[in-house]
Structures are given as C-alpha cells and as structure tokens.
Ligand binder design. Structure first.
Ligand SMILES: [Zn+2]
Length: 160
C-alpha cells in the first residue's frame, strides 16, 4: 500500500514537473514573440530610411562633373572604385576622379540618367535579392565574389 502511494506521489511530481516545463516553454515563446513584434517596426523603418543620395553636379562644355560620388558610395557602403568602374562601363564613357574628389565624365549625362544608373547598381550590388534589405556586404570565397545579406544570410554571386 505504501509503495502504491509512493508511486502515485512520484507520478504526480513528474506530471507537475512536465506541466511547469510546458508553461515555461510557452512563456519563453511568448516573450520571443513580443520581442520580435517590438523589433519589427524598427527594421521596417530602417529600410524606409535608406535613400540613395541624388547625384550633384553640372555640365561643363561637353563634360559632366559629379561632385558627390564619394557620398553615394559611402551611403551604398561600396568601394568608390567598384561603383565608378561599373558606372563608366554602363554609361560607355571615360572618366577620372579629380584631386578634389569630384568625377569628370567625358560626355554629357543628365542627372536623371545618372541617378537611374546608380539605382541599377544598388539593385545589383547592394539590395538583397531575397529580403530586399540593403544590409549586405561583398565577400570573397575561393576566388569567387558574392554579396552576402547580413539580415537573412542569402548569398548571390557577382562579378567584380
Ligand atoms: Zn536578405
């Protein structure tokens, strides 16, 4: 009889333990959900806040002077050399960075065309194809280059 009670008592204890574990897990899950909800608006705002600076500059004779290429490269978080090389190829023109940091292009290019090219660059080399966030980095692995998303981890191979 005593053993019977002991077993019953043990079973009760085990049941209590299981119940409290389930409760604990549920609470943890709820906490995580609350945390995720709190964090979600911030990341959405972060994406809305990301703006590519419009190009600044002027036409000088048959040339175009761009004065804020470095600012654009900084905002995109990409090396200015990579951005410049890509832009020159896409716009089929030659250009040099001047000592004062401005870019001289050897033909006339409207600010609208230039802005459109910068946006195309950002779509190709900055924004994650999977989640659309701009928080990506260039990485090189075994001589291949990728952009890697710091948010969702997606990697996309690119040619540098
Ligand atoms: Zn992503």
């Amino acid at each position: 009889m005593f053993i019977y009670f002991l077993i019953l008592y043990s079973l009760n204890l085990i049941e209590m333990f299981i119940r409290s574990s389930i409760l604990f897990l549920n609470m943890n899950y709820k906490d995580l959900l609350e945390k995720a909800k709190k964090e979600a608006p911030c990341t959405t705002e972060g994406k809305d806040r990301f703006e590519i600076p419009p190009v600044k500059g002027h036409i000088q004779g048959t040339r175009t002077i761009i004065t804020n290429l470095q600012q654009i490269a900084n905002q995109l978080d990409r090396p200015i050399d990579h951005l410049l090389k890509w832009l020159l190829k896409e716009m089929a023109t030659f250009g040099d960075l001047q000592e004062n940091g401005s870019l001289m292009l050897k033909r006339k290019i409207s600010s609208g065309d230039f802005n459109a090219k910068v946006k195309q660059y950002a779509d190709e080399f900055v924004f994650c194809k999977q989640c659309g966030k701009p928080d990506t980095k260039f990485v090189t692995e075994e001589n291949l280059s990728y952009i890697k998303c710091m948010v969702c981890g997606t990697k996309k191979q690119i040619k540098i």
